[in-house]
Design a protein around this ligand. Sequence first.
Ligand SMILES: Nc1ncnc2c1ncn2[C@@H]1O[C@H](COP(=O)(O)OP(=O)(O)OP(=O)(O)O)[C@@H](O)[C@H]1O
Ligand SMILES: [Mg+2]
Length: 308
Amino acid sequence: MTTVHVTDLVKDYSIRSGLRRRRLRAVDHVSLDLVPGRTVALVGESGSGKSTIAKILTRMEKPTSGTVEVALDDGTPVRGPMYLRQVQMVFQDPFASLNPFHSIEHHIARPLLIHERTRTAAQTHERVLEMLERVNLTPAETIAPRRPHELSGGQRQRVAIARALAPGAQVLIADEPVSMLDVSIRLGVLNLLGRLQREDRLAVLYITHDLATARHFSDEIVVLYRGRVVERGPADAVILDPHHDYTKLLAQAAPDPERGPERVTAEAVIDRDAIDNSVCYDHFLGEWVQAGTPAARGARAGRAGQPA
Ligand SMILES: Nc1ncnc2c1ncn2[C@@H]1O[C@H](COP(=O)(O)OP(=O)(O)OP(=O)(O)O)[C@@H](O)[C@H]1O
Ligand SMILES: [Mg+2]
């Protein structure tokens, strides 16, 4: 089993404004842990830094500072090709992430061959069919030779999931995996991810704008606002008892049907401009901590040993 420790991650981009270049801090001292068999939801509005964290975890971007430590149960660090095999990503857009010129079989066989998971062509074919069955794309024999445009959006996303798991993923980063799908099929894909997570004891980072699915499909929620973690805790605690104004704002924007209609009183109207991202409410500690400073590391250290 594989565990991920993200500590004090910072990512600065240099962006052009007029003739000058200025620094944009997309991720500001973020720490989080991904452990086998658990899902952490990373929620926040557009531009809050969610995909940047996903890209750093999957080695598509380098962090400006901070560390991502990935290790096996016995402490052996996961590096190089093993890292690329074990840490896999499912992208938001199932239309853009598959190559229209290649068959479904090709998409799943490729990572098997690259990561030397199978030895013969027959073995590879067998494994492709197995993976298609695991993501409920049946009959696998008739799906395998098709091209992506011959599948629905939901089916394509299932192919993307099969492709991520094929090389033996232990850590799955799902960046808004259902936001481009029709509402009616989202639940099916999320349930599939949930089942695979349980069966393979995957460590999952589920990135979403949607608090309701974050609550339903994750154990822990980390709320990101302008690059900083402003609230974290068990999923139910964050949703039912939000402390930070930004989380309250998110909850107001997406009322949870189980909580009944939210009464918006004068007090409950939150002034967006006054939202402070220098503090973070940590439900595990039951207290406020500094956000966006190296001191926020203390939150994680203090949480060690408690049920995450
Ligand atoms: N390659 C880049 N160069 C410059 N700025 C970037 C780059 N990638 C991201 N950014 C900026 O970093 C910030 C965080 O972007 P990111 O894509 O991580 O947000 P996000 O939370 O995933 O948003 P969304 O919900 O819209 O996907 C944004 O302000 C974005 O404009
Ligand atoms: Mg994004």
